[in-house]
Every structure is written in structure tokens, then in C-alpha cells.
Design a protein around this ligand. Structure first.
Ligand code: SAM
Length: 283
């Protein structure tokens, strides 16, 4: 008998992966957690039936969410990751010796425990001495900080269920307050292609734009996310991801990345016209 994982990308579109074995399944107080093994994508992890990470393509998402801000401002020392329970964002961040502290706040300790056990390829740096883990709602956690972080990465689920609060004006306003003068906020920004996702993307962008002087969007190709076309938001008080990128400075770090490079960094900010229109960047 064949076993398939199927995710509904829209009521009329489904995406399926043939599964070798289900490795883990549990319901936490916040969400349904499942981990599978497959031939094509290796191990993969879903929350409430939505794809979070696969062994084969996670490098794209984690490279883009970490190296774009880090190459823009090499002076980043204090980092906050909100969500990110699989550990992939922390793994990439921990490669920078210049980073002094990485706080990660995920609402769901069961996600982190399951990923530590079954997804060592992403969770492998969670025990780095600079990493501090907190298990609470990121929306509440951020309220108590002022001028405390140089970079906040929102590596969250979609804007419904536990992740909903991480797309609100209140949350973005508190991120602004928690950031230093050179601070950067990067968030996963949904996909522009399917209506329901693009609605969330537009709403997030317009809320962030009200607060941050620098507000841009960049893209990557992620095969297992809905439509395969994924966006990230880049917002900052001062730093500009194109003006401030110094290719030779980042390349001199000698980090061996599988997706990110400084040519791609520039190119990722060149958006298709239909996305620019959706974001009101052109008429
Ligand atoms: N790469 C993924 C994606 O975009 O599909 C995101 C992965 S990461 C596993 C998402 C994490 O966000 C989960 O571990 C979830 O528990 C966490 N999360 C959701 N809502 C949260 C909240 N309000 N505060 C903190 N963490 C939250």
C-alpha cells in the first residue's frame, strides 16, 4: 500500500509527497505536529498539515532568512528569532563568530523537542553556548524589550492559529521598539501567487511600511511551499539591503552556503511586476 502526504495549497490545488514512513505524530496544546520520511525530500516536518521544513530544500529558506540581513549589517551582535522551532535559522546564525547572543522564542516546546530528536540537520546548533531558548508567545515576549536586539527574525507559521499575533500592528510596533538604531526585522512573508496567501502578504507589508523607514521584499524559490515562490520582508530603521551590501566583506568570511551568494542577494530584491503591483510599488 502506498502512503502519501497531501497538502491543500488552495481548495482546488493539492501538493503530495510519497511517504516511506511516518516518524512522529503528536498534538501539542498549540498544534498538530507530524514528521515523515520520504525518498524525494528526505525527512519533513509539518504543523497542522502545512509544510514547515524538508531535509532537501530547507537550505533555501534558512540561507535567505539569515544571510541577507547578516550580509547587510555585519555589526549584528544580538539576535532574536521568533518561532523557528526546527532550529534551522539558529543553525545558520550560529555560523557567524561575530554574533554574541541568539535568543529564540517559540510558543511550542514540543516542536523543539521533536525536532531535536528527529531533525538533527536543522536542530544541530540549538546547544551552542550563545543560544538561549524561551518557550512563550512571541507576541507577548517582545513587549518587554527596548533597544535590545540588532536583528529580529520572524520564522513563524502562517497568520492563523498560534502565528496570527505575529502579523499584527502591535507586534511590528513592539519589534521596532525592541530594535537598536541599526536594527533589522526580517520575516517570512508568505507567497504572492495564490489569493489567500497574497492577501496576508499585502497586509503584512502595509503594516510594516507604516513603521519602518526602510521596507523591502525579497524572494526565493522554495519547491515545497505553496506555488514554490516565497517572499521575505526586510524592514529597518536605517540599513538598506542593496546600498549597504559589501560583497567582498561578506565573501571574506568564507562561509560555504548552498543557496545564498551576494549576486543572488541583489537579484532577490528584483520582483516581478505582478508582485510589485500587489505591494503598491508600481501602479
Ligand atoms: N520555515 C517555516 C515556514 O515558514 O513554514 C517556519 C518554521 S518554524 C517551525 C515555525 C514555528 O513558529 C513553530 O515552531 C511554531 O511553534 C512557532 N510559532 C507559531 N506561533 C508562534 C508565536 N505566537 N510565538 C512564538 N512561536 C510561534
Amino acid at each position: 500500500m502506498e502512503l502519501w502526504y497531501t497538502e491543500e495549497h488552495t481548495p482546488d490545488v493539492r501538493f503530495s509527497i510519497k511517504v516511506k514512513k511516518q516518524i512522529y505524530s503528536a498534538k501539542s496544546p498549540f498544534q498538530q505536529i507530524d514528521i515523515f520520511d520520504s525518498d524525494e525530500f528526505g525527512r519533513f516536518f509539518t504543523l497542522d498539515g502545512l509544510m514547515m521544513v524538508t531535509e532537501k530544500d530547507e537550505f533555501i529558506y534558512h540561507d535567505m532568512i539569515v544571510h541577507v540581513p547578516m550580509a547587510t549589517n555585519p555589526a549584528i551582535k544580538r539576535v532574536l528569532v521568533i518561532g523557528g522551532g526546527d532550529g534551522g535559522t539558529v543553525r545558520e546564525m550560529a555560523r557567524y563568530d561575530s554574533v554574541e547572543r541568539i535568543d529564540m522564542v517559540d510558543i511550542d516546546e514540543m516542536v523543539v523537542d521533536a525536532c531535536r530528536l528527529h531533525l538533527p540537520f536543522t536542530s544541530c546548533r540549538l546547544d551552542d553556548a550563545r543560544v538561549h531558548l524561551y518557550f512563550e508567545d512571541g507576541l507577548k515576549f517582545i513587549r518587554r524589550f527596548e533597544n535590545s536586539y540588532d536583528l529580529i527574525i520572524v520564522d513563524s507559521t502562517d497568520p492563523f492559529g498560534p502565528g496570527e499575533g505575529l502579523f499584527t500592528r502591535e507586534f511590528y510596533g513592539n519589534c521596532f521598539k525592541a530594535l537598536s538604531e541599526d536594527g533589522i526585522l526580517v520575516n517570512q512573508h508568505e507567497n504572492p501567487y495564490y489569493e489567500s496567501y497574497s492577501h496576508s502578504m499585502k497586509r503584512a507589508h502595509s503594516r510594516i511600511k507604516e513603521l519602518f523607514p526602510v521596507c523591502r521584499v525579497y524572494q526565493a524559490h522554495i519547491p515545497t511551499y505553496p506555488s514554490g515562490h516565497w517572499l521575505f520582508g526586510f524592514a529597518a530603521k536605517r540599513s538598506d539591503p542593496l546600498r549597504d551590501l559589501d560583497d567582498s566583506r561578506w565573501n571574506s568570511l568564507g562561509l560555504d552556503t548552498k543557496y545564498y551568494n551576494t549576486d543572488l542577494h541583489r537579484g532577490a530584491f528584483a520582483l516581478p511586476n505582478y508582485v510589485k503591483r500587489a505591494l503598491d510599488l508600481i501602479g
